[in-house]
Design a protein around this ligand. Structure first.
Ligand code: HEM
Length: 351
């Protein structure tokens, strides 16, 4: 980052993406892919391209038919990338399985995560993949292919979203120097002006203002701006009868801009999330991670990750202030998202 200070405007999103990709690969697979050091280029490129290819396909219903799609250049690229992704995940799974076998044969104990104790840092932690392999070893009906699917799901859900959240937060901090200054003061206070020491769980708990900043950025620019649900029973929404089985779209982006819940909704104001200000707010007024039984499984991980990455960037905030202000916007695909296309009867009811 320091090399880019006083440079022309820089698109920070690819840098942050490589960082979150490294984090999720270490956590989900226990493998450092070195995306930030330019390693595993083919894999990193395939991951990044796939997000675009999938979004592109979602927009055009005629691309949903596999026989047509598979013949098109985009379909061929999709298949090629998928092969690269699956090959790496499968290789990592097989290598890790063999390694675990060896460790057991040598009588080595495979540690479990225990973040509460200090000595944990000297012990090897289990990656998500280890936990899945443990289940497979106890019950082989949970196959290696099942493991690959789970790992790949985490890989995708777990890096693009956090990259978007982190980039938007940096963008907003760049535009609000007074708020950035408060974040910097909190960081200096919690880290006792020591830029280089690792972040601990206690630090994360103590970064209360940064917590409000992250939440407010997720309010204004939720990385998942829309979610869909199929109704299990008839219901009435704002006086409109909506029958069972209707596919509904919940616009998190717009929900977060309800002036009754968030006065002056376009204003970036982290104080909205101070304990005294959240009292009385409707529990579903703020749902960047969705709500209910299918909400985001990675919510705690994501908030922790954002808070750990931020000090790393903000410790250089005095130097990158000008750079941040000029960060190029990553425009969300809000306008392009389709509503109910492909259903036998379509009625758009905005509630
Ligand atoms: C700022 C970061 C993140 C945001 C805003 C976010 C948001 C969401 C949302 C809104 C959903 C629910 C979708 C729905 O209701 O249809 C979801 C689901 C999910 N998220 Fe996240 N997510 C984030 C980070 C992560 C991370 C880091 C992981 C993994 C480590 C993850 C894994 C998942 C998974 C596996 C699901 C599917 C859960 C299920 O279907 O039961 N997410 N996420």
């Amino acid at each position: 980052m320091t090399e880019l200070v006083n440079e022309k405007p820089v698109n920070i999103f690819p840098m942050v993406t490589r960082c979150t990709l490294d984090i999720i690969c270490s956590t989900a697979m226990g493998k450092n892919i070195g995306a930030q050091q330019g390693k595993n280029r083919e894999y990193v490129q395939a991951v990044i391209e796939m997000s675009d290819i999938i979004q592109e396909r979602q927009k055009y219903p005629w691309l949903w038919i596999d026989t047509i799609y598979n013949q098109l250049p985009s379909g061929k690229k999709h298949a090629h990338n998928l092969q690269i992704l699956h090959t790496l995940t499968k290789t990592v799974i097989l290598l890790r399985r063999a390694e675990r076998k060896r460790e057991r044969q040598q009588g080595k104990k495979i540690d479990v995560i225990d973040d509460k104790t200090e000595e944990v840092r000297s012990r090897r932690k289990l990656a998500f993949l280890d936990l899945l392999l443990e289940v497979h070893e106890q019950d082989p009906s949970f196959t290696l292919e099942d493991i690959r699917e789970e790992v790949d799901t985490f890989m995708f859900e777990g890096h693009d979203t956090t990259a978007s959240g982190t980039s938007w937060t940096l963008f907003l901090l760049g535009h609000h120097p007074e708020i950035q200054k408060k974040v910097q003061e909190e960081l200096d206070n919690v880290f006792d002006n020591d830029r280089d020491r690792p972040v601990t769980n206690d630090d994360i708990q103590n970064l209360t203002y940064l917590n409000c900043v992250v939440k407010e950025a997720l309010r204004l620019f939720p990385p998942v701006p829309l979610i869909g649900r199929q109704l299990e029973e008839d219901t009435v929404l704002s006086g409109n009868f909506v029958p069972k089985d209707t596919i509904t779209v919940i616009g998190i982006y717009w929900l977060h801009r309800d002036p009754k819940q968030f006065p002056d909704p376009e204003k970036f104001d982290p104080d909205r999330f101070l304990p005294e200000n959240i009292k009385g707010r409707h529990p579903f007024a703020y749902v960047p991670f969705s709500a209910g039984p299918r909400n985001c499984i990675g919510q705690k991980f994501a908030l922790m990750e954002e808070k750990v990455i931020r000090p790393a960037f903000c410790s250089y905030s005095q130097e990158i202030n000008h750079l941040m202000v000029q960060i190029i916007l990553i425009v969300l695909f809000l306008g392009n998202v389709f509503f109910g296309v492909g259903m036998p009867t379509v009625q758009l009811v905005v509630v």
